[in-house]
Design a protein around this ligand. Structure first.
Ligand code: ADP
Ligand code: MG
Length: 254
């Protein structure tokens, strides 16, 4: 089942001489359960692509279909419904509310949902347990580690059962050990829940946990890689080979 489809998507910021062509002719089909990494040098359009998929930015040209519906024609209320119900974001810097507890942060996206309080509590408890953070429910984000904060952000992203999870450098602010634990967790969520995940990363090791890699350069698709039957290690080496061709400032941490 196709969840999202981009047809010949272009994005230009600004006008005239001061304009920047951030995306050019992007074609992409995302199926339910897909686990994509997006790799590219800085300024290549990764965040723009994610923001368009997340309905927080609109393309200048081309067509975006979300669950078969043409997003270009969405009204503001349809766009915000898509952002609240269909899509979840995970950011590099967690974006948790520091004055609320872990539990309250995860509950936040459920607050305006028309389901019973009991059901909401069950959902929050379920995902806290699944992410191994149930012992932290009464803590504030500032009282837990970066890796734990990112687990809270992931629980908050999952609790609404979105059709797509978009993550912009989710491991970018973590040390390598915490980053590995986090990507292993994200990978298991993809397998267990058939969660559809697109993750921007500059780290080939993190990307090697995904099933598909989209390499972008200068706003265009450079190439795609599919893991197929390769082991993670083989896939990692394939990714490194493409990164070498891609050039730019894509870092390889390990
Ligand atoms: P990446 O995430 O790969 O680093 P971005 O998608 O953030 O790249 O940016 C792609 C290009 O678009 C860059 O040249 C950037 O400067 C430009 N850009 C991004 N957002 C804006 C904006 N809001 N206004 C103007 N230019 C922007
Ligand atoms: Mg970016």
């Amino acid at each position: 089942m196709v969840v999202a489809e981009l047809k010949n998507i272009g994005k230009i910021y600004g006008k005239g001489e001061a304009s920047t062509e951030a995306l050019r002719g992007i074609e992409l089909k995302i199926e339910k359960g897909d686990f994509w990494a997006i790799i590219g040098p800085s300024g290549s359009g990764k965040s723009t692509l994610l923001n368009i998929l997340g309905c927080i930015d609109i393309p200048t040209s081309g067509e975006y279909f979300l669950n078969g519906q043409l997003v270009n024609k969405f009204t503001n209320s349809q766009l915000s419904a898509a952002r609240n119900e269909t899509i979840s974001f995970i950011f590099q810097y967690f974006a948790l509310l520091n004055e609320y507890t872990v539990y309250e942060n995860i509950m936040l996206p459920l607050n305006c949902r028309k389901i019973s309080v009991r059901e909401k509590k069950q959902l929050v408890n379920y995902y806290m347990k699944r992410l191994g953070i149930e012992g932290l429910s009464k803590k504030k984000p500032t009282q837990i580690s970066g890796g734990q904060q990112q687990r809270v952000a992931i629980a908050r992203a999952l609790v609404t059962k979105p059709d797509i999870i978009l993550a912009d450098e989710p491991t970018g602010a973590l040390d390598s050990r915490s980053a590995q634990m986090l990507i292993e967790m994200i990978s298991s969520l993809n397998k267990d829940f058939k969660a559809t995940i697109l993750m921007v990363t500059h780290d080939s090791f993190t990307a090697s946990y995904c099933d598909r890699i989209l390499f972008i350069k200068d706003g265009k698709i450079f190439t795609e890689l599919v893991r197929g039957n390769n082991t993670r290690k083989q896939f990692f080496n394939q990714i490194l080979d493409v990164v070498a061709l891609l050039g730019g400032d894509v870092r390889d941490v390990r």
